[in-house]
Design a protein around this ligand. Structure first.
Ligand code: HPA
Length: 276
């Protein structure tokens, strides 16, 4: 057994009795989007700082806890706050919560984030369904001895974001009349926002949105065979695309503004994915 897997198992065993339901869907809430967790039928919560050996997020606007409960009749576990690489954690730490959700029985991983718009057709406040990603600027969370209990050494990444779930999201966007852009998410390390030329580079290599999370989580989840979908909230246009300097408060403000639409979209998606 690898050291990483042993640690994961220990972490799981330490919280096993506190997991009140068996979640089907795991939802990760991005910057400013965390309030969604309070709108579901909560069964129990588990603060990250109560979990032995668990990385604890330090970013303002990110609460740190698992919320267990139901969206309609669908059992879910929600990560209200995630852990970021830029906080100084190893990639192993960053994806530990994702791996833990898989051990809890989660089949579908629903990733959300706040991201900078790189595509000139986007506007602050848009939602973008993630159809693919570029994770090459951060270390792979799969580096190190392969955890064979979780997945294979050289996992295929041709369809990280499940095409059927993407199709479902398109249908929901149409039915609810909530526009959904589509594109490729690029993860950079942060914590600094990018320079204008870094954003130009992102556009040239095919990125549509840029952020500091998500892609590494999707990598680890795909390794474990989870079905994945993701939505970015375009909280701002990225560096060099407007005159305005970028701030974390702007990111949170936009997320607040789109929260009602976000809630509708996510709720409907979970309800329909629960039937998958
Ligand atoms: N860049 C990187 N990450 C982000 C941004 C951005 O412009 N906005 C929200 N997260």
């Amino acid at each position: 057994m690898t050291a990483v897997y042993e640690r994961l198992q220990n972490c799981y065993e330490s919280i096993r009795e506190k997991i009140s339901i068996q979640p089907k869907i795991g939802l990760v809430l991005g910057s400013g989007l965390g309030d969604y967790a309070e709108s579901i039928q909560i069964v129990s919560t588990l603060d990250y700082n109560q979990i032995d050996g668990f990385p604890v997020s330090t970013v303002s606007g990110h609460k740190g806890r698992f919320v267990f409960g139901y969206v309609d009749t669908v059992p879910v576990v929600i990560m209200q706050g995630r852990v970021h690489y830029y906080e100084g954690y190893s990639m192993e730490d960053v994806v530990l919560p994702i791996r833990l959700m898989k051990l809890m029985g989660t089949e579908i991983l629903f990733l959300t984030n706040a991201a900078g718009g790189v595509n000139y057709n986007f506007h602050a406040g848009d939602f973008m369904m993630i159809t693919d990603q570029i994770a090459s600027f951060v270390p792979s969370p799969l580096i190190g001895p392969n955890i064979s209990q979780l997945g294979e050494r050289f996992p295929d990444m041709s369809h990280i974001y499940d095409p059927e779930l993407c199709q479902l999201l398109r249908q929901i966007s149409h039915d609810l009349k909530i526009p959904l852009q589509e594109g490729t998410y690029i993860q950079l390390t942060g914590p600094n926002f990018e320079s204008p030329h870094e954003i130009r580079m992102c556009r040239i290599i095919g990125g549509d949105a840029v952020g500091m999370s998500t892609a590494c989580e999707a990598l680890a989840a795909n390794h474990m065979g989870m079905r994945i979908c993701g939505i970015s909230c375009i909280s701002n246009m990225a560096s060099g695309m407007t005159e305005q300097p970028l701030t974390h408060s702007e990111v949170k403000e936009t997320a607040d503004q789109v929260a009602p639409r976000f809630k509708k979209l996510i709720t409907e998606a979970i309800v329909r994915m629960g039937k998958e």
